[in-house]
Design a binder for this molecule. Structure first.
Ligand SMILES: C[S@@+](CC[C@H](N)C(=O)[O-])C[C@H]1O[C@@H](n2cnc3c(N)ncnc32)[C@H](O)[C@@H]1O
Length: 206
């Protein structure tokens, strides 16, 4: 079974390839963002924590609006790249996931206004999704907000991997609506907005 370090390397190579292919879009990220993500109220003047921030596409877009931004990702390459996109370390910090998971949990405890998890749960099995939802719950202020998205099963027979505890950068994990309510509920969240955008469910929860 692959370790997180193995997955980190796999995502490193995903991002290296991505940059070769899409480098020209780096300066204007966000074209594919959902309407929920553009609701600036969730990030403007807020303390924001992004789980699975990748190379910082969303960070680069919102960094001038937020009060403070923290990001974590499993890919060392992505973390390094994100740091160069937003070099002002007074209000911006990105760290690598597993080794810093505990630090994030302790140092951000109940300090965060908004947790963002974009295009990440679509790659993770349920166990890891729950782990990150619990992390989100523990760092959020009592009135803090979680934004996340999931792939929805769009066609009869879509692969739906409920109990998979592993992930790949290629495979996609679909979560039916009921199941999203269930795992969010189990993590102490209540869905306040859910929208179908393209092949995804976009979710705001408190
Ligand atoms: C499709 S990318 C999305 C990146 C970013 N959220 C965005 O919207 O541009 C998925 C990201 O999740 C990260 N990732 C995958 N597994 C992870 C894990 N277990 N913990 C943290 N990040 C993970 C990958 O390294 C990758 O950067």
């Amino acid at each position: 079974m692959k370790t997180d370090s193995d997955w980190g390397k796999q995502w490193d190579s995903y991002w290296r390839n991505w940059l070769v292919e899409y480098k020209h879009t780096i300066k204007g990220p966000g074209e594919d963002m959902s309407p929920l993500e553009f609701d600036a109220d969730y990030v403007k003047d807020k303390i924001v924590f992004e789980i699975g921030c990748g190379i910082g596409l969303l960070a680069a877009k919102i960094n001038s609006m937020v009060l403070c931004y923290y990001g974590i990702d499993i890919s060392p390459f992505a973390v390094e790249f994100a740091r160069t996109l937003c070099p002002d370390e007074t209000n911006f910090s990105v760290v690598q996931t597993e080794q810093d998971y505990k630090i994030a949990k302790d140092s951000l405890h109940k300090k965060i206004d908004t947790v963002l998890v974009r295009h990440v749960f679509i790659h993770l099995g349920e166990e890891k999704v729950l782990r990150y939802l619990n992390l989100a719950r523990s760092v959020l202020k009592p009135d803090g907000v979680l934004y996340c998205n999931f792939f929805r099963p769009v066609a009869e027979g879509s692969v739906y991997i409920k109990k998979d505890t592993d992930q790949t950068s290629g495979a996609v994990v679909y979560f039916p609506k009921d199941h999203i309510y269930d795992i969010l509920g189990r993590s102490g969240f209540k869905v306040i907005k859910m929208a179908e955008v393209a092949e995804r469910y976009e979710v705001i929860a408190m």
